[in-house]
Design a protein around this ligand. Structure first.
Ligand SMILES: Nc1nc2c(ncn2[C@@H]2O[C@H](COP(=O)(O)OP(=O)(O)O)[C@@H](O)[C@H]2O)c(=O)[nH]1
Ligand SMILES: [Mg+2]
Length: 359
């Protein structure tokens, strides 16, 4: 202790200038570093992108950001593939692993990799970077089943009806809420029909969305016949010359009757009145994985699905199910849910989706 007390002041006096100089050097180096990084951030190309962002691509940027989780999953293994100096068995393992992790499923994974194996075997592709670029093209090619625009028949002298189906908790009611608010912004009048009579809370939830967006609202008794709620909704919309009926449905039923039979009936009854069903949207939770394909087949048989809404992509590292749904079933993915607010429902953009999955 004593020795320390004796040496410390001397040590400080002798080393102080050195420490000072070292600190000064550090400050300068760090300062230059900050300036360099700052400059890099505002390089010309990126400035242009930033300007465009404020004009048109606000949605795009946020979609990219919010797809970060999906991207992170794929890009790990793909980055590893890119670090290899040549295309080896491990490269194929890396790619396969990343595609399966993103939930493309075995069939789709095999299908997108098959042509690439041919190109590598015939030496048309020799570099890992070429391989990844071609994989990206191949994946884009699986997603060309447009049109993705929502069907709205302007010439109809009666309400357009958009039926929303899907399993419990997939995000049907939330999607109707967002969709209704967006359609109201487009200037269309909207009526929301609470065809999920399974829980009273489902009707309340939809009513809140209807009030928020300035939409009309129709509900029935709890446990009542969903078809009659939709029928009443269409009748009311016709009488009030409302443009669009958004029909919510249940993902499970009160009794043991078959959900698919019930939905088929809802669809028939909806078409029976004055209005016309111009869109049947199947809502699929992105975290569902390959089971989403089975759901798509079943719901499609019952209601002739015209488009898929993939929800919860903000919290999922999956979403690869969209490839199987489009390429195997030919049903276009029309919308993507990226959160719980009105602005969190965006049009599906295949190129952007594939881009987001890569580094
Ligand atoms: N993070 C996130 N949550 C969502 C999304 N869509 C729906 N949800 C949530 O998922 C839950 C179930 O949604 P709901 O609309 O009630 O499902 P429904 O049973 O199919 O009608 C709710 O907590 C919603 O807020 C989305 O795109 N992202
Ligand atoms: Mg619901």
């Amino acid at each position: 202790m004593l020795a320390l007390g004796f040496f410390a002041p001397r040590f400080a006096a002798e080393t102080a200038p050195t420490v000072f100089i070292a600190l000064a050097v550090l400050t300068v180096v760090f300062g230059v570093g900050v300036v360099v990084v700052g400059r890099r951030r505002s390089s010309p190309a990126e400035t242009v992108e930033a300007v465009q962002t404020t004009v048109e691509t606000v949605g795009t940027t946020s979609v990219r950001e919010r797809l970060a989780k999906a991207r992170a999953t794929m890009s790990g293994a793909i980055a590893t593939a890119l670090t290899r100096s040549s295309i080896t068995d491990e490269t194929w393992d890396d790619l396969e692993e990343s595609l399966l992790r993103a939930d493309l499923g075995v069939a789709t994974t095999t299908r997108v990799l098959q042509p690439l194996r041919g190109l590598v075997a015939s030496k048309k592709i020799t570099e890992p970077s070429q391989l990844v670029a071609t994989l990206k093209d191949e994946m884009r090619g699986q997603l060309d089943k447009g049109p993705r625009k929502l069907n709205f028949d302007d010439s109809l002298q009666a309400p357009n009806i958009w039926l929303v189906v899907g399993v419990n908790g997939a995000g049907k009611t939330t999607t109707i809420g967002k969709l209704g608010a967006q359609q109201r912004k487009l200037g269309r009048s909207v009526l929301m029909a609470a065809g999920d009579t399974f829980r009273a809370a489902a009707g309340d939830q939809l009513q809140t969305w209807a009030q928020r967006s300035g939409s009309d609202f129709v509900r029935g008794a709890q446990g009542g016949d969903p078809s009659s709620v939709i029928f009443d909704g269409v009748a009311r919309a016709t009488a009030k010359k409302i443009d669009l009926v958004l029909a919510d449905t249940a993902g499970r039923l009160q009794n043991n009757s078959n959900l698919m039979e019930e939905l088929a009936k809802v669809r028939r009854v909806a078409d029976k009145g004055e209005g016309k069903v111009t869109e049947v949207l199947l809502v699929i939770d992105a975290t569902t994985g390959q089971n989403g394909l089975t759901q798509a087949v079943q719901f499609s048989e019952a209601t002739q699905v015209t488009g898929v809404v993939l929800t919860k992509l903000d919290g999922s590292s999956k979403g690869g199910i969209v490839f199987a749904i489009e390429s195997e079933l030919g049903i276009p993915i029309k919308l993507v849910g990226l959160g719980e607010t009105i602005d969190d429902l965006v049009e599906f953009d295949a190129d952007e989706f594939v881009d987001a999955l890569f580094v």
